[in-house]
Design a protein around this ligand. Structure first.
Ligand code: AMP
Length: 483
């Protein structure tokens, strides 16, 4: 096995690597670093979580440490699809480059331009940007791009999904022809390959995982839940699994606020993350979640890619993602760095085709489990019925009115309440049973009361006690949008 020293990195970098606790390069680092150091173009097929960021950050630091930056003339440019990913890459440069005299600037939207311009004026070695802000600043004459020696396009398939390719083509057209280009993508479909061929010259191709595989250490489950009862099902699992933390993905930004409101009302501590929030809120939410101050993040696919937060217990697909690739990325937020993780995908009546697409992509069946008391034909909880009837928020009826309903349990620390909070108007989640009741949908009865003393059961390698297996169902269709 190769050692970091054998890769030809300077002592300052080796010291920073050692302080991170890394002993050996990951496969993508082992394959890519020597070629980047040889100034070769690289086409890398690697998902986040493989050590991909250091695979380009470390050799870039090595190369760029020999030279100095001039005002407004960055020496390298990295394009990232989201602000969060850009910030994460910036952090990597800071960490690995701490013993080098090295400057980076983060150019992302949602923040004032003044500080970014000031930084550019002082001269930066690496610019990490989202395409829109990068073009804005260029068009305002704040950046000169003719000194760019290394150009990195990261998460190319996500860029394609987000419609950034015209911007990237435009940016590439502004760069010197004689440069080194590194192109990374989690998947390598033909359109991405075609795109890569536009930007790369005689690239060295490196690949560490077949496209679209899901990590073995993430236990994947599908739950068939009536659409109107997904919130109840979510709460039931959150309460009983005693999850330390989890990402909860929704397909539509507009649903995120409503779910956050609902979970908060039920005593869960939750933050929201999606592209329509002001950047300050996005940063705050991510910081709180990362620090473990808030255990649950309800988010759009803006959080699906690359967010590197260790020790996330689970991912919920509150909605089945529209793109099968997104499924792979979403569930990749758990089970990181060899840890165990779980994913729960809620499937409602018209989601089957989406589920089939996922199964075809990942080439394995996802175990279908049944949450007792949540059969398709059971009536929705009052909260959901009310919402369908057009009532929102806390006011009115038994759902709060002035202040919070006494019966609704604590607002913050859900873990002090392992059982479902007492609900005056809502059926309780199913009891935990050692022998799950497997009744056909037609005969399933409303949920009984939670028995005294029923505890929370961890999944471990097995199914939770309150879940039972079900057979897959035939596909139907649906299409939608957003991020
Ligand atoms: P990435 O794929 O770049 O998002 O990296 C995923 C995680 O792997 C990050 O937390 C890195 O800090 C970590 N990492 C990167 N390189 C190594 C290495 N050689 N050994 C152990 N962990 C690493």
């Amino acid at each position: 096995m190769v050692d970091f020293k054998e890769l030809g990195l300077k002592p300052e970098l080796l010291r920073a690597i050692e302080e991170r606790g890394y002993t050996t390069p990951t496969p993508i680092q082992e394959q890519a670093i020597p070629y980047v150091l040889m100034s070769r173009d690289v086409l890398g097929c690697a998902q986040t979580g493989t050590g991909k960021t250091a695979a380009f950050t470390l050799p870039m630091l090595e190369i760029l440490s020999n030279g100095t930056a001039k005002a407004r003339m960055p020496r390298s440019l990295i394009l990232e699809p989201t602000r969060e990913l850009a910030a994460q890459v910036d952090e990597s440069f800071k960490k690995y480059g701490q013993y080098l005299n090295f400057t980076s600037a983060l150019l992302t939207g949602g923040k004032g331009m003044d500080d970014q311009i000031k930084k550019l004026d002082r001269g930066v070695d690496v610019l990490i940007a989202t395409p829109g802000r990068m073009l804005d600043l260029f068009e305002r004459g704040e950046i000169l791009l003719h000194d760019i020696k290394i150009f990195v396009i990261d998460e190319a398939d996500r860029m394609l999904d987000m419609g950034f390719i015209p911007d990237i083509e435009k940016i590439a057209g502004l760069l010197p022809r004689l440069r080194q280009t590194l192109f990374f993508s989690a998947t390598m479909p033909p359109e991405i390959r075609k795109l890569a061929s536009q930007f790369l010259m005689n690239p060295k191709e490196v690949s560490v995982a077949p496209p679209a595989t899901t990590a073995e250490n993430v236990k994947q489950f599908v739950l068939r839940v009536p659409h109107s009862r997904k919130r109840e099902a979510l709460r039931a699992i959150l309460q009983r699994e005693q999850l330390k933390n989890a990402f909860i993905f929704c397909n539509r930004k507009r649903d995120i606020g409503a779910l956050v409101e609902s979970l908060t009302r039920h005593g869960f501590s939750v933050v929201a993350l999606h592209g329509d929030l002001p950047q300050s809120k996005r940063d705050e939410a991510l910081e709180k979640f990362r620090a473990g101050v808030v255990p649950f993040m309800v988010c759009s696919d803006v959080a699906a890619r690359g967010l590197d937060i260790k020790g996330v217990d689970a991912v919920f697909n509150f909605d089945v993602p529209f793109g099968a690739d997104d499924y792979v990325h979403r569930i990749g937020r758990t089970g990181r760095a060899g840890a165990e993780g779980k994913s729960f995908t809620f499937v409602s009546g018209d989601d089957d085709r989406l589920l089939q697409n996922i199964v075809s992509l990942i080439k394995k069946e996802i175990e279908e489990i049944k949450l007792e008391g949540f059969a398709a034909d059971m009536p929705a909880a009052p909260e959901q019925q009310d919402r369908r009837g057009g009532r929102h928020g806390r006011s009115g009826g038994g759902h709060g009115g002035k202040g919070r309903d006494r019966d609704r349990g604590p607002r913050q620390d859900h873990r002090k309440q392992p059982h479902a909070p007492k609900e005056a108007r809502e059926p309780r989640p199913a009891p935990i049973q050692h022998e799950p009741i497997r009744e056909p949908r037609e005969t399933q009865q409303p949920m009984p009361q939670q028995p005294q003393g029923a505890g929370t059961v961890g999944f471990g390698n097995d199914l939770p006690n309150f879940l039972g297996r079900q057979k897959p169902r035939p596909p139907e269709s649906r299409k939608e949008d957003t991020f």
